[in-house]
Design a protein around this ligand. Structure first.
Ligand code: SF4
Length: 685
């Protein structure tokens, strides 16, 4: 903490970190006057942040001091979902929870389920003290796959870990493929680097079903059908092979499975891929030429690509491209999906898996929470879910197939505890709500998936009202449960220090807010991939050992475009620019920019249905229906509609959101979600 004002007695600047699920993981500077945070800015001393925040987080004080912030523990007094609560003191709240959890744990602690994701990306307020608590309890384990697991498994099976080129070097690239990313909206600091490259003569190509804000600012937009990215990548390989745009030396020294990949890729002529992807043949041929003949060429891949049945294969196919042309030889060449694997792993001392004491509770996939909450006890499933403890997540809004999720959360016999800042759709279904602190009020430590700095967040202000950090809440719950292991006494700063032990210098974190992890400038210029073979594994023996295709291929969507006459339109649900998943939807100034829930629809599809901009439309499929406003727009390609998310259900037009339509099915790898693998029909409402 440093005094920065002439009036140093009352004004300070505190170093922090943006907690949101965004690859940029910005360094924050919070100005505090007389104990009140008055401004949150980007830290100009942090290279990746470069003094700039996105619109959402530059309004973070509006979120922390929001008049609707929950500031005391609450107990439900109305029907589930009605949002009727009364204040209850911490003592009574903790006692109520402990009594209920002890009773359930006495017959089977697996009937208790934690539900959390990246409402904060912090390691301490995420799965720090919470993991200790649930490990000690022996609760069900949660398979946290709702966002990035298909891509993570794809990278791991190709490179050996979630690694890639260093983001700062994109500024020196000559060709950048922005693949499955609306960077302006969700990776702003990368976009600044891409702009720098553009000013230096680079060509930017955006590959995305949607003509996003990013796509319209690139030199070229390839608007492929959702879930067809692998077909495009394989056709690019076909062209690289047939035109000889290959780095044979790099392939021979640093890859595995070239002959079989070559055979596979030669099946994917541009004509075949063009038909699958719904793009002109010439566009594929031209892209291949540009990729095969431009040095250095870089790919910024993002997670949109992996939200369809074949998402893992798609990421693998794209991840193979740089090795074929030897792009890794240059620091401004290669691919970046996630930099997460460059960090040291958090130590077991943080989460304490030893507290499981040899037990291995069942694993429940968070995507299937809608169905799982409605299951009875069975030998396959194990015990019926009796209690749910939700933190850092809003599953009633964000989990797929939400009519099933709502049915599950509405169960009167389900005991639900929600740690929250606001009365979200999920909090409305709680029995007990516990008020959680925001990032301005607690300690945390972060890694990131977009750059290579460990980040520290120091509290800028005292917790508001009676709110407590997640770690403090689980500490108090542990005490009520009678857990007397010393690890349940650790305070939040101690947990931050424990996360990496002496592998990251904590003094550096305290003094500058971040500590850079040493990563070579061109990490795979000479191979040295962290895979078992040390090579880029085109063919993966680890996938083959699991009975899977060792080579990347195109897998058609579960709900492939054109496969249904009842539901002829494919739908994707990318984030609205001013929301962060379901966070910030209740910040009025941001919601006002978004207006109302919208469905972008191409003029041809709209005309065929007599739909005009501004009309309320009914979007429906076999899972449900959702009403929103039509936006007839060239942001949508023919045959594909874009339902921008993720609105809170209760702030929508008819008490639903876009997840009323999405399915609980999973991806080919990593048991990930298939939010962008969804067929619908649209009509005037
Ligand atoms: S959401 Fe992303 S761009 Fe915005 S402040 Fe946070 S890390 Fe930076």
């Amino acid at each position: 903490m440093s005094a920065t004002s002439p009036d140093s007695a009352t004004t300070t600047t505190v170093r922090g970190t943006c907690p949101h699920d965004c690859p940029d993981t910005c360094a924050l500077l919070t100005t505090v006057q007389n104990g009140v945070a008055i401004r949150v800015q980007g830290n100009p001393g942090h290279r990746h942040t470069d003094g700039a925040l996105c619109t959402k987080v530059s309004r973070y004080t509006q979120r922390s001091y929001h008049p609707e912030r929950i500031l005391q523990p609450l107990r439900r007094v109305g029907p589930k979902g009605s949002g009727q609560f009364e204040a209850i003191g911490w003592e009574a709240a903790l006692d109520t929870i402990a009594v209920r959890l002890k009773a359930i744990a006495a017959h089977d602690p697996q009937a208790i389920v934690p539900y959390s994701y990246c409402g904060t990306m912090g390691l301490v307020q995420g799965e720090g003290m919470a993991a200790r608590f649930f490990n000690r309890l022996g609760a069900s384990r949660l398979e946290r796959t709702i966002c990035a697991s298909a891509g993570a498994e794809a990278l791991t099976s190709t490179f050996g870990a979630k690694v890639g080129m260093k983001v700062e070097h994109f500024a020196e690239s000559q060709l950048i493929l922005i693949w499955g990313s609306n960077s302006i909206s969700s990776n702003l600091h990368f976009w600044r680097l891409a702009q720098q490259a553009k000013r230096n003569g680079a060509r930017l190509v955006c590959i995305d079903p949607r003509r996003s804000e990013t796509a319209e600012k690139c030199h070229e937009h390839i608007a492929l059908r959702p879930g067809t990215d692998a077909a495009l990548a394989l056709a690019l390989m076909h062209q690289l092979i047939t035109h000889g745009w290959l780095d044979h030396d790099y392939i021979a020294r640093h890859t595995l499975g070239w002959d079989s990949l070559r055979e596979r890729a030669l099946l994917w002529t541009p004509q075949r891929a063009a038909e699958v992807c719904g793009v002109p043949v010439q566009q594929i041929v031209d892209l291949a030429r540009a990729y095969g003949t431009t040095t250095p060429a870089a790919i910024r891949l993002n997670y949109g690509v992996q939200r369809a049945r074949g998402g893992g294969n798609a990421v693998r196919a794209v991840a193979c491209l740089p090795a074929l042309v030897g792009a890794w030889r240059h620091r401004a060449g290669g691919v970046l999906l996630s930099s997460g694997g460059h960090f040291p792993l958090p130590s077991a001392a943080l989460q304490r898996p030893d507290l499981l004491a040899g037990r291995m509770p069942r694993l429940l996939n968070m995507i299937a929470i809608g169905d799982d909450l409605q299951r009875e006890t069975s030998p396959d499933f194990g015990p019926k879910i009796e209690a749910l403890i939700v933190y850092n997540s809003n599953p009633v809004a964000v989990a797929p197939d939400s009519s099933q999720v709502v049915k599950g959360f509405a169960r009167e016999d389900l005991f639900t505890v929600v740690l929250e800042h606001f009365h979200t759709d999920t909090a409305d279904h709680a029995d007990i709500i516990l008020p959680a602190t925001t990032q301005l009020e607690h300690w945390d430590i972060h890694t990131t998936y977009g750059h290579t700095d460990v980040m520290l967040n120091q509290p800028a202000i005292a917790p508001l009202g009676e709110s407590r950090s997640n770690a403090a809440i689980f500490r108090a719950l542990a005490e009520r449960m009678g857990y007397d292991e010393p690890c349940f006494q650790d305070d939040d700063e101690t947990l931050c220090r424990t996360a990496f032990g002496n592998r990251v210098d904590f003094e550096t974190l305290l003094n500058q807010g971040f500590a850079t992890v040493p990563v070579p400038e061109a990490p795979f210029a000479n191979g040295n991939f962290p895979s078992p073979s040390g090579r880029c594994e085109f063919a993966s023996s680890r996938l083959a050992a699991r009975g899977m295709d060792p080579l990347p291929d195109h897998l058609p969507n579960h709900e492939a475009a054109g496969s249904s006459t009842r539901f002829p339109l494919a739908m994707i649900s990318p984030p609205a620019r001013n929301f962060m998943n379901s966070s910030f939807v209740n910040v009025k100034s941001l919601r006002d920019i978004e207006g109302e829930p919208r469905l972008e629809i191409h003029a041809d599809d709209a005309a065929a249905r007599g739909i005009e901009t501004g009309q309320t439309v009914r979007v429906y499929n076999q899972r449900g229906e959702h009403r929103c406003k039509a936006d007839v727009s060239n942001r949508a390609r023919p045959g594909v509609v874009n339902g921008l998310g993720i609105w809170w259900r209760k702030l929508g037009l008819d008490g639903t959101n876009i997840n009323q339509l999405t399915s609980q099915r999973v991806t080919d790898m990593g048991n990930g979600p298939v939010f962008y693998d969804c067929l619908v029909e649209v009509e005037r409402s």
